[in-house]
Design a binder for this molecule. Sequence first.
Ligand code: GLY
Length: 394
Amino acid sequence: MSSHISNPTETSPQPIDDSSSSSNTLINVGLGERSYDILIGSGLLEQAGTKISALRPKAKCSIVTDETVASFHLESLEASLHSAGIDYKTVILPAGEATKSIDKLSFLLDELLSHEIERGDLVIAFGGGVIGDLAGFAASVLRRGVDFVQIPTSLLAQVDSSVGGKTGINSSYGKNLIGAFHQPLLVLCDLDVLKTLDPRQFKAGYAEVVKYGLIKDAQFFQWLSDNRERVYNLETDALVHAIQTSCSMKAHVVSADEKEHGVRALLNLGHTFGHGFEALCGYGDRLLHGEAIAIGMVLAFQFSEQLGLCEKGLSQQVEAHFIAAGLPTRIQDIPNYQEFTVDALVDKMRQDKKVERGTLVFILANAIGDALVYRKVTEDQLREFLNLQLSGHL
Ligand code: GLY
C-alpha cells in the first residue's frame, strides 16, 4: 500500500446546523458499517446524554474516568446522562500513564462486569489518552467486545488518540504493546474542557497537532507558526481550526488504512525515538508522551538531514517552533538523561510495533509536510546518530 496521504476531501469538516448544536463541527470517519462521527464544539458535555441516547436508546453506560477529570467535569457529564434518562455507573481511576497497566485493566474489567455491562451497552471513555486507550481496550475484550464512546478531555486525546480505534495498555517491554483496534461509536470533543487542562498537558497535546503539519500539510505548519499563541490562548476560531484540521487528517488516514498496513504509519512521526525515551523514563511525569514525540520529531528531521533525505536546516525550523511552544526538543531536556545509553535506547526502540522482521522502520521526512516510511536505516547508522545526540554533538 502506498504511503502517500491524498487530500482529505471526503472527511472535510461539516458545520452542523441544528438548534442544539449550531456551533458544532462534524467530521465523519468513513469505515463502512463501523463509520462514526467526531463532533467538535462548545457545550458538548451538556449534550452528551441526548446524543448517546439517540445513538443507542436504553443502553446502560459505564463512565470510565480519572480523578483529575472527575474533579472538574464528572458532575456535568453525569447530570447530562441523568437528564437523558440513561442508567449509568462510574469508575474513577488514578490519573497518569501508569494507569495503562495490566493491573488497572483487570480492575476495570471487574468493575464493568459488576456494573452488568452487556453487549448492547456502552462504555464511555471520559478522559485523556490514558483513559481512552484503557477504557477502549477494556471495551474491546469485555464479553468479546462492547461498544464505546470517546469523550476526550485533553488536547492530545481530542486530536489524536480518541480517533482511529487504537486502544491498549503499556508493558514493561514498551508503550502500547498490548492492545486492539476497536473503533468508538462516537467522539465528542468539547472545547470547554480544555480550559481546565494543565498547561504542561496542553503543550504536550499541541505536539500532536504540529505532527499533522509536519507529516502532510506545510500550510498548516505555517498557519500554526502564525497562530500558535491564539491556539494557546484558547481563542475559539483558532482552537477549532487546529482541532478540526488535525481530526480531518486523522479521519482520512484511518479511513484509508485502519490497521496501519501503510499510510497510517506516517502518524507515528517522532514516535520510534519518542517511545524509546518514554520506556526509559518509566511512563510517569518525568516525560509526557507529547514531550517525548516533540523531541522525537526534531530527531526525525535531524536524522533525515543526516541521511540526505531532506535539506539541511529544516530540523532547526521544526525545533524553533517547538521551543516557542515551550516543548522540549533535545534528549538533554529530559531529566536525568545522563542515565541513557545507546544500547538501552536501541533495545527499547527494537520493541517498536513498526519493527518488521528485525528491521527498524522510521518515519522520516523529505520536507516539512512530506513524511515517508523509511526502511533502510542500519543499526550502525542509528547507533552513530544516537551517539552524536547523547554526546551533544548534534
Ligand atoms: N497515534 C497514531 C495512530 O493513531 O495511528
